[in-house]
Design a protein around this ligand. Structure first.
Ligand SMILES: Cc1cc2nc3c(=O)[nH]c(=O)nc-3n(C[C@H](O)[C@H](O)[C@H](O)COP(=O)(O)OP(=O)(O)OC[C@H]3O[C@@H](n4cnc5c(N)ncnc54)[C@H](O)[C@@H]3O)c2cc1C
Length: 598
């Protein structure tokens, strides 16, 4: 049977040794997050994940959700109770401001916890995950009355949230959307239309569901300039906060899909449902982007979560499964064969996944820290600098971590041989679950275009130049440190490749945009390799500092960290050259065949 153990020590190493979160105690919420408090919180989250959420992961996948004839939806056995434990533990509002019932703790802590809970049960965690996105949008764009009406109950988790963008004919290109909103005399709107693929659109876990819906007000311009965002609650809310009439919004069907079976993916029908405008008229996409940016980090996190649980199970299996003899002579002579972990090719897989996971964890938490600084720092310059990096890092985190999440779930499945293809080992579920994170919240090809087409040039390239400088400065500062030379040499080479490719785009993609589109996915991965390499260099430095300080209790852990850092630099970082070479071939050959030739 599958196992899961939350990587608490590794999280604490990143938070304390690499990021030094203690240094940020001038930010709201950070003063409360002392090292002891952080350790207690991640420890509790580990317990919840391992003991409450994880035991329902496989059964939830096998059972799935059921839609009944009256349009209600049941979630798998045990989900309701586990959700209640999550909700009552206050996990949903960990980083939400206290005035709305949250705990106001750092978002970085929310992400650390989120890795464990999503690894333990991704389908179940999507219910509160969607709520968190909706909370973020209402916090930023809601009126005071909307905040008071919806946020406390959503933060408490007794109401949940959804995001309704997709329609049958439009997913990526939201300018095509048709759902319509008709203004009413009382200031509300009647919303009509159909949305598809709506995660957590209907379920049995909460008393109310607060749908955030994109629709076009009658007479609004065509395209993205005429889209507004509406709050459409399943049950209308009376003045005193109690639940009133049932709004005509219903689940017409749930999708039969490849994975995340425990999460209800719904077709939602709006039949003149009452909705309330949130944010300005025709500025719905701006409001929705708050939700999407938060959600994109949450989806990048899912990539890491699945790769981690897949890795843990593959490593366990490789230690136990005996098959063949080591190339360098028997390692378990008392047995008829050696455990497969002696084979270099099995090691290649395990080390690759491990190297991405550990750096991915650092990348996630580093990005989340930027989000905290961007939203909480009293210093405007610091806020802006952090926001620049957050905007740049978000599509990379989403695109790279989820591409790798799936690739590495498959790699871990391969370690099991044929047994990986059999459901009861759990590897099949990880592969199936990981696949969706590459698609939703903007397919990864769109993340790559966002990076190349929008984020690079934003504010005259301010963000990208700042990040290149930060990485370059790190290499320079550690140039004379003998122990760091190996790491900075490889990092510098990767940095040169991504800088050269950025320059290539500037020279070759302005006049010919297909060159940007043709190289965008390679560029996103090239950038990801360098940022993850930067994380490895920072982790190597922190590990060396720990070892030099005589941290005996963690000696093995820190030495292993350095081995994995070396593996990343030797075996993974060289891929930057390949990515750069691909980018520089441009679009000509790719675009040459006529459409009929495919
Ligand atoms: C399980 C599941 C859960 C979901 N949950 C939600 C949800 O809660 N709320 C919600 O609103 N939606 C949800 N979605 C929808 C999801 O976000 C969309 O499927 C996704 O955005 C892609 O849209 P699409 O399927 O219409 O694909 P399309 O937009 O048709 O894209 C097809 C392909 O073309 C590529 N492409 C499209 N346009 C371009 C372009 N301009 N340049 C280059 N490539 C392009 C895309 O990258 C993609 O590979 C969910 C989907 C699934 C399957």
């Amino acid at each position: 049977m599958p196992v899961y153990k939350a990587p608490v020590n590794d999280t604490l190493f990143v938070l304390n040794d690499v990021l030094g979160v203690e240094r940020y105690n001038n930010l709201p919420g950070y003063a409360d997050a002392t090292p002891d408090m952080i350790e207690a919180i991640v420890g509790e989250a580990a317990k919840l994940s391992e003991e409450v959420l994880f035991p329902l992961n496989y059964s939830g996948d096998q059972e799935g959700c059921v839609r009944h004839d009256d349009g209600t939806v049941s979630t798998p056995k045990g989900f309701k109770e586990a959700y209640r434990a999550y909700r009552e533990g206050g996990w949903l509002g960990l980083a939400v401001p206290e005035e709305f019932g949250g705990q106001g703790l750092p978002y970085v802590l929310h992400c650390a916890v989120g890795e464990y809970t999503s690894a333990a049960n991704m389908s179940l965690m999507m219910y509160p995950g969607l709520t968190q996105g909706a909370i973020a949008a209402i916090l930023v764009h809601g009126t005071d009355a909307q905040k008071q009406t919806y946020l406390p109950k959503m933060v408490e988790g007794i109401w949940s949230g959804t995001m309704n963008l997709t329609e049958p004919h439009c997913g990526t290109d939201l300018g095509l959307l048709r759902a319509k909103a008709v203004p009413q005399a009382d200031g509300s709107y009647k919303i009509s239309g159909q949305k598809i693929f709506i995660s957590a659109g209907e379920h049995d876990m909460t008393d109310n569901i607060v749908h955030l819906v994109l629709a076009r007000i009658e007479g609004a311009p065509e395209g993205t300039k005429g889209i507004s965002l509406f709050i459409v609650p399943k049950f209308l809310v009376r003045e005193d906060g109690s639940l009133g009439a049932r709004n005509p919004v219903s689940c017409g069907a749930i999708e039969h899909k490849m994975g995340i079976h425990g999460n209800a993916t719904c077709v939602m029908n709006y039949d003149e449902a009452t909705g309330f405008l949130i944010g300005a008229e025709n500025k719905g996409l701006n409001a929705m982007f708050v939700m999407m940016n938060e959600a994109r980090l949450g989806v990048g996190l899912q990539g890491l979560s699945i790769a981690e649980i897949a890795y843990q199970n593959a490593a366990n299996y490789a230690r136990e499964r005996i098959q063949g003899r080591s190339l360098s002579g028997p390692k378990a002579p008392d047995k008829k064969a050696d455990p497969i972990i002696v084979h270099p090719d099995i090691r290649r897989s395990l080390m690759t996944i491990r190297a991405f996971n550990e750096a991915g964890r650092a990348f996630l938490l580093w990005t989340a820290l930027k989000s905290d600084i961007a939203h909480r720092s009293p210093d405007e310059k610091d806020r802006q600098a952090a926001d620049d990096i957050l905007g740049l890092a978000t599509p990379i985190l989403k695109g790279v971590m989820t591409d790798k999440g799936f690739e590495h779930a498959v790699m871990a499945q391969q370690v099991f041989g044929g047994h990986g293809y059999i459901e009861e080992h759990g590897m099949s579920q990880y592969v199936r679950d990981a696949r969706i994170s590459m698609i939703y919240e903007g397919a990864n090809g769109i993340q790559a275009l966002d990076l190349v087409g929008r984020k690079l040039a934003l504010n005259g390239g301010r963000a990208v130049m700042a990040l290149f400088k930060e990485i370059g400065d790190f290499c320079e500062e550690n140039r004379n440190d003998e122990q760091m030379a190996f790491f900075t040499k490889h990092l510098k080479k990767g940095l040169n490749d991504v800088q050269a490719s950025t320059m290539w785009f500037m020279q070759n993609a302005m006049a010919k945009p297909d060159n940007a589109g043709a190289g965008s996915t390679d560029y996103m991965h090239l950038f990801g390799l360098v940022v993850l390499g930067y994380m490895w260099a920072k982790m190597a430095k922190a590990a060396q500092t720990g070892l030099a300080g005589g941290d005996g209790a963690r000696e093995d852990y820190l030495k292993n960290k350095l081995v994995t850092a070396r593996f990343y630099m030797e075996r993974i970082m060289p891929e930057t050259a390949l990515r750069k070479a691909r980018i520089e071939t441009g679009a000509d050959t790719m675009m040459e065949l006529a459409a009929e030739a495919f």
